[in-house]
Design a protein around this ligand. Structure first.
Ligand code: 26Q
Length: 814
């Protein structure tokens, strides 16, 4: 049954009374939010039940998306939109005297991820449900997601995120599916009858995995899949022996240890932490998930393993879940007593691996000793996988020990390390990168010999984003305008946006398009005022850089250019530029010193510029604290310019670039990641490309790069860098910004910011000139929106389905 306005109203009020124990007069926004969630959940859960029943009866092949991160954001708006209940809920609440916009703000973000990789997982499970694919997401039920960022005196302070403190209406606890997970201990080798060697692992401790299911509602709501997240618990709540012996307090210690596993998300992205707890987290959720999969498979097929690879495909979201490969081998060899070869044949038909990075520091490696301590049996299995693989390598490259040591899963050295990337490539039947150029580099630079060994194993699937969240829900006015021009089915057929192309030069359409942009900018300006106390002018160019803070993403290049503009304005008050507001959002990994220094520098430069009334009519800078999915949803619709300025070859794909362009922002960017494909789609006259290409970067490094050349040859670069040593931005405290200068000069400018500076500055002059041509800009903005069809995550999922997963959709009866 579809809910109309009246039924919704009744349901919301009923839940206010019967679920929340309050009433219309007493309820605050938080209670209203929960009541609305409960009302929407009635539909969600009914469809979830139907979906599970249908998948069960049809015994469907399914993809199991293993990811240490799912950056879901808020779910109410998304679920209402996907069920087609947004308008009616809005009206129902209006009649109750409640603002839907206000109560949606009550929902904490589900921030169980760091950035791109986690948000990609969230977009992909949305698309899987929309395309009616049998699929399940598996991950960790972190008690604390990514830290909340506060800015104090310009510096980042981390505060714990508590997304479930007041209960989460979307999750369902499933104690009936608890799993027990062994850890530590030792392996016993037994010799069975007929001399067969048997391995038995005697664990030192056992942890419980409790699953929480988050329903994932497809657009138009027919399929509702689940995201299953595992929470760790102590296997018996008390250690009764200790308790009875009078050690009441000590008896909790094991509980505390076990519960630590799913306590908190590691906030490092693209940097290897090498922490034991992180490895335990990875193992814990993989082991729980595999047990869950095997239980479900056995329910349908008993002990007949032959159909396992037909029913199950597991996608590894980077190497974080790679430990699942030896875990499946252990289940098959030790538990199902299968031969190694049979087990390996099954395993290598089940796994596929997505690589998201080429950065050496982000390629996971674990000390063999650590694996041996936590998971003794797994190290044996990994050695056996490697031993057999080394024989294959030797057969292909006889006697080449250098090739063997390069390809080995085990990195020799002071400390033996297990390379999770190698394990993933060897254990998977498909490996993909996330944008054309990235996939090429994965083959050519990261794994060239593997590509030679297994031609065809490596492929590309360019990332995508869900247009339901990143246009329809976050930019309702633009969505309505698009509906009125090309019909309402673009959220599932995003290619249809090309229908806007013919309107790109239409004066009336341009005016409507840009009027919406302006209203979105007014709304963002209000938010900026609320968050920072800073007033910004909606008629200025809103130039936005939002992403994790990392040197390779080069927020400091943006900052250098801002300082240069400031300097030009001070030197020449008539310096001709359209007013511009630079807006940043970024979290830094808490241990990444230079990243935090860059945040501090942005804030200090912002403070100085914003309080300098000589330049304020033309230049402002704001740093919005606590960048997250729900803040992105407010910033993206208001952007004129999208900063995508990574060093070529470093950003695997990027997905923010797609979201901004979809909402009519023009990109200033390097030929990196998906920027290249965006340029292809929108045409070079509708994007501002600058900087060195991958080949030029390589050539420059080859010949020897010296950042001092730029410092001495470009007076503006020199002046701006020297400025950082003064106390101009940090009164009374000279040198507070010097670490950035040092990283660029003394430490060699690893990401070539100075090499790209001039070209970047020139590109910004073109942006400025282009913006003054109002009609010209509107046309470019419209063409950007019109050509983002390719970056629909539904297209990405269709690519995965046809190239890798070989799934069939499954209609769920309503
Ligand atoms: C590794 C080891 C220990 C602790 C943490 C990590 C870790 C955690 C998260 C390493 C990497 C990440 C996240 C990486 C990430 O988000 N990569 C981005 O993935 C996007 C989706 O494919 C791409 O668009 C981006 O280009 C890529 O940077």
């Amino acid at each position: 049954m579809q809910f109309d306005k009246e039924t919704l109203k009744q349901s919301i009020v009923r839940h206010l009374h019967c679920t929340l124990g309050t009433d219309e007069n007493k309820a605050n926004n938080h209670a209203w939010w929960k009541a609305v969630c409960a009302a929407i959940n009635e539909q969600v859960l009914e469809r979830l039940r139907m979906t599970q029943k249908t998948h069960y009866f049809n015994d469907t092949r399914a993809v199991h998306y293993f990811s240490a991160e799912f950056l879901m954001g808020r779910l109410l708006s998304n679920n209402m939109h996907n069920l087609g209940l947004f308008e009616n809920t809005d009206k129902a609440l209006q009649e109750l005297g409640i603002s839907l916009t206000d109560i949606m703000e009550e929902e904490p973000d589900m921030a169980l991820g760091n950035g791109g990789l986690g948000r990609l997982a969230a977009c992909y499970i949305d698309s899987l449900a929309t395309l009616e694919m049998p699929a399940i997401g598996y991950g960790l039920h972190y008690e604390h997601g990514l830290f909340r960022q506060e800015i104090q005196n310009g510096a980042q302070i981390e505060r714990p995120d508590s997304w479930r403190d007041y209960g989460n209406p979307w999750e369902i606890c499933r104690p009936e599916s608890i799993q027990e997970i062994p850890l530590y201990g030792y392996v016993e080798t037994k010799y069975g009858e007929n001399g067969k060697i048997q391995k038995e692992w005697h664990p030192g401790s056992i942890v419980k995995g409790l699953p929480w299911d988050i329903p994932v509602v497809g657009y138009e709501g027919k399929t509702v899949n689940v995201l299953r997240l595992w929470q760790s618990q102590s296997s018996d709540y008390f250690n009764w022996d200790v308790f009875n012996a009078g050690g009441y307090v000590d008896s909790h210690s094991e509980t505390v240890q076990a519960e630590t596993i799913s306590k908190v998300l590691y906030p490092n992205d693209e940097t290897e932490a090498g922490k034991e707890l992180r490895l335990i987290q990875q193992y814990f959720f993989c082991a729980c998930s595999l047990k869950d999969i095997v239980r479900r498979y056995k329910r349908a097929h008993g002990d007949d393993w032959s159909r396992f690879p037909e029913q199950v495909v597991i996608q590894l979201n980077d190497t974080h879940p790679a430990i699942a490969i030896p875990e499946l081998m252990r289940i098959l060899v030790d538990r199902a007593e299968m031969s190694w070869d049979d087990a390996w044949a099954i395993t290598t038909k089940v796994f596929a691996y997505t690589n998201h990075t080429l950065l050496p520091e982000a390629l996971e490696k674990w000390p063999a000793k650590m694996i041996e301590k936590i998971l003794p049996r797994y190290l044996e299995i990994i050695y056996e996988i490697n031993h057999r693989f080394m024989k294959e390598v030797d057969a292909k490259w006889p006697g080449k020990t250098d090739v063997k040591s390069k390809l080995s899963i085990i990195e020799e050295g002071n400390e033996k390390m297990v390379r999770m990337g190698h394990l993933s490539v060897i254990g998977s039947f498909a490996v993909n990168g996330v944008a054309e150029i990235h996939s090429k580099l994965v083959k050519a630079n990261l794994f060239p010999e593997f590509d030679e060994m297994w031609p065809g194993k490596f492929t590309n699937v360019t990332n995508g984003i869900t247009p339901r969240r990143w246009l329809k829900a976050c930019n309702p006015e633009l969505s309505a305008l698009i509906d009125s021009k090309i019909g309402t089915d673009w959220p599932v057929h995003l290619d249809k946006l090309t229908g806007l192309t013919k309107l790109a030069k239409d004066k009336k359409f341009q005016d409507e398009f840009m009027a919406i942009k302006r209203r979105n900018k007014v709304a963002l300006a209000e938010e900026v005022l609320r968050l920072t106390g800073e007033t910004i002018d909606p008629d200025a160019i809103f130039d936005i850089q939002i992403k994790r803070l990392h040197e390779y993403k080069r927020q400091h290049l943006n900052l250098l250019h801002i300082m240069a503009l400031y300097r030009r304005l001070l030197e020449n008050p008539d310096y001709d530029m359209h007013p511009r507001v630079f807006i940043f959002g970024a979290k830094a990994a808490p241990g990444y010193k230079l990243a935090k220094d860059i945040i501090y520098a942005i804030n200090k430069v912002a403070e100085r510029i914003n309080s300098d009334n000589r330049v304020n009519s033309k230049l402002k800078v704001v740093f919005l604290p606590n960048y997250r999915v729900s803040l992105a949803e407010k910033m993206i619709p208001a952007a004129d310019v999208s900063e995508q300025i990574s060093t070529a070859g470093k950003e695997a794909s990027g997905t923010g670039n797609m979201k901004l362009s979809l909402n009519g922002a023009l990109t200033i960017g390097t030929m990196d990641g998906a920027n290249i494909e965006i340029a292809e789609e929108v045409g070079e006259e509708n994007i501002f490309i600058f900087g060195l290409t991958v080949d030029e970067v390589n050539a420059l490094r080859e010949k020897g790069y010296n950042p001092h050349d730029h410092y001495y040859q470009n007076a503006e670069i020199k002046a701006v860098l020297d400025w950082m040593d003064t106390d101009y931005f940090t009164p009374g405290k000279p040198g507070e910004l010097s670490s950035i200068k040092r990283s660029l000069l003394d430490h060699g400018d690893s990401y070539l910011a100075l090499a790209d500076y001039e070209s970047y500055s020139e590109a910004h002059k073109q942006v400025d000139a282009a913006y003054r041509d109002k009609a010209g800009w509107a046309e470019k903005a419209i063409i950007n929106t019109a050509n983002m069809g390719k970056f629909n995550s539904d297209r990405s999922i269709r690519d995965y389905v046809s190239k890798i997963w070989k799934l069939e959709s499954c209609k769920v009866n309503s």
